[in-house]
Design a protein around this ligand. Structure first.
Ligand code: ADP
Ligand code: ZN
Length: 521
């Protein structure tokens, strides 16, 4: 048997193992099952590639990333590793060639798409060869709550039943306690040894800023901090991907769009340009990025609020794989909360499913509104304790927290009065106009200037009032409903109005407030 360290040096050209790679590799080489939780860029691939080279037989890698299999196999072939793949994109002769190489033992690694395994023919093929290990990559795809759920992953529990003596290693960068438990149960890996790496990515600076004019804010970020850098910009919708990419190009920043509405050829071409050329900005929906290994992504920017902390952490984790300083930048505003709550309300699925989505969103909102270190909060979400990092916006430029109980009461009582005295519901804009005492057409038309709350909010400005609404929504003390994002009271609102509850809020630090103000002009 070859020695793992030798393979690392001679085949991959690296001097030493990173983090827990060596422990994991030893365990799998010895025939043990493993569940590996390691952040994106942590070095998961070697954890199964090296055991596959050390153990006799072919290592079978289950991966959902069909579009990347060719690249992965090419990269391994260039290192002298005998690798092949089987998926739906191949023609029959190409398949036959890989199948016979597998059967004669002339492969070190075979990449398989999960859908192949539910058909049965792939299983029959596997039964005729000699297998060194099964690697289940992106194992969180088995989680029904996650955003990457692939039904075909559920069938992978069959591997354990048919090949009880072949070690299995499942790997993922998604790692809340709940997800890892679900992976272990569904893949029958409850007896497997778990390897949990630190999820910290110290070279990434996390920043979350109030959204004013997001494209202009992005442009300023790119011009000031990232001239000539490669990066990824995530947007929620296809339309906004297209608009943002056009906007950047019009401003002399080389950008490409990527979303599921583009045809496969364009997607593949844009992806490969992003990987191969320097300094391109990929503007994408979350359809882009899984498995992308580009070391010098200097920033990941979100123009819309991600749906969960897990998604956010995976997406931002694509920055700075080379260990160099990188930025994770997110612009977040009231409209995001309104939009996402509405999407949850109208989503298919039962009540439990919607509650799950709402809980994910709440955790994301709490991260946005925290006055503490972002990294401490992120790592705590993954069950890991840490000290303030000194490399996030709240550490570098601490926001203050302030007692927002009185403004909260003013806002909630405006909503209450519209509802009780007028039997009306309005969006945030109308309540803010009322509080600020603005006699707009809509205020006059509805005689809202006759309400007792009219003009009682002059002590705060419009953007501060929007902050109040956002934070009340984030804390569940106010809710939105319907197509127009109308505000409605919650059970929590009552305790604020009844003065049983204090409401602490985040005040944006001076610098952030000023720069978002100037970008509006
Ligand atoms: P993951 O799958 O966890 O996101 P990868 O396996 O793609 O991460 O590894 C990320 C990068 O780190 C790759 O470029 C890989 O070649 C490099 N890498 C992994 N392990 C080592 C090591 N022991 N020494 C140096 N570089 C490594
Ligand atoms: Zn910090």
């Amino acid at each position: 048997m070859r020695d793992a360290l030798q393979v690392l040096n001679r085949v991959f050209g690296y001097d030493s193992f990173r983090g827990s790679q060596q422990e994991i590799i030893n365990h799998v080489v010895g025939g043990g099952d493993a569940l590996v939780l390691m952040p994106t860029g942590g070095g998961k691939s070697l954890c199964y590639q090296i055991p596959a080279l050390v153990r006799p037989g072919v290592g079978v890698v289950i991966s959902p990333l069909i579009a990347l299999m060719q690249d992965q196999v090419d990269a391994l072939t260039a290192l002298g590793v005998r690798a092949g793949f089987l998926n739906s994109t191949q023609d029959a002769p190409a398949r036959r060639e890989v199948e016979s190489a597998f059967l004669s033992g002339d492969l070190d690694l075979l990449y398989l798409a999960p859908e192949g395994l539910s058909t049965g023919s792939a299983l029959r093929l596997l039964e005729r060869g000699k297998i060194s290990l099964f690697a289940i990559d992106e194992a969180h795809c088995v989680s029904q709550w996650g955003h990457d759920f692939r039904p075909d992953y559920l069938a992978l529990s069959v591997l354990h039943e048919r090949w009880p003596d072949v070690p299995r290693i499942a790997l993922t960068a998604t790692a809340t306690a709940a997800t890892s438990r679900e992976i272990a149960i569904r893949l029958k890996l409850t007896e497997a040894r778990q390897f949990v790496s630190s999820f910290d990515r110290p070279n990434i600076q996390y920043r979350i800023v109030p959204k004013a004019d997001p494209r202009k804010q992005l442009l300023e970020l790119l011009r000031v901090e990232h001239p000539g850098d490669a990066g990824i910009v995530y947007c929620l919708s296809r339309a906004s991907v297209e608009k943002t990419a056009d906007f950047l190009v019009a401003n002399d920043i080389p950008a490409l769009p990527y979303h599921a509405g583009l045809d496969a050829r364009t997607r593949a071409a844009n992806q490969s340009r992003f990987l191969r050329e320097d300094g391109l900005v990929m503007v994408a929906t979350i359809a882009f990025g899984m498995g992308i290994d580009k070391p010098d992504v200097r920033f990941v920017a979100h123009l819309d609020l991600p749906k969960s902390v897990e998604g956010y952490y995976q997406e931002t984790g694509r920055a700075g794989r080379d260990g160099q300083p990188s930025n994770a930048w997110l612009a977040y505003g009231l409209q995001d909360v309104v939009q996402q709550r509405k999407m949850i309300e109208t989503s298919e699925g039962d009540l439990a499913h919607r509650r799950g989505l709402a809980a994910h969103l709440d955790a994301m909102l709490a991260l946005c509104e925290t006055v503490e270190c972002r990294r401490v909060q992120l790592l705590a979400y993954f069950g890991q304790q840490s000290a303030p990092c000194g490399n996030c916006d709240t550490c570098l430029n601490p926001p203050q927290s302030w007692d927002g109980t009185v403004p909260a009461q003013k806002l909630l009582s405006t909503v209450l009065r519209l509802q009780r005295e007028r039997n009306q519901k309005f969006g945030a804009g109308q309540s803010i106009d009322i509080l600020l005492g603005r006699k707009t057409e809509k205020v006059v038309q509805h005689r809202h200037d006759e309400l007792t709350v009219f003009g009682i909010g002059g002590d705060l400005g419009e953007s501060e009032w929007r902050g109040v609404v956002r934070q009340l929504l984030a804390q569940g003390l106010l809710a939105v409903e319907g197509d127009y994002g109308t505000l409605v009271l919650t059970e929590g609102s009552t305790s604020v109005l009844g003065r049983q509850r204090q409401v602490m809020m985040r005040r944006e630090p001076e610098r952030a407030a000023r720069s978002s103000g100037s970008s509006k002009k």
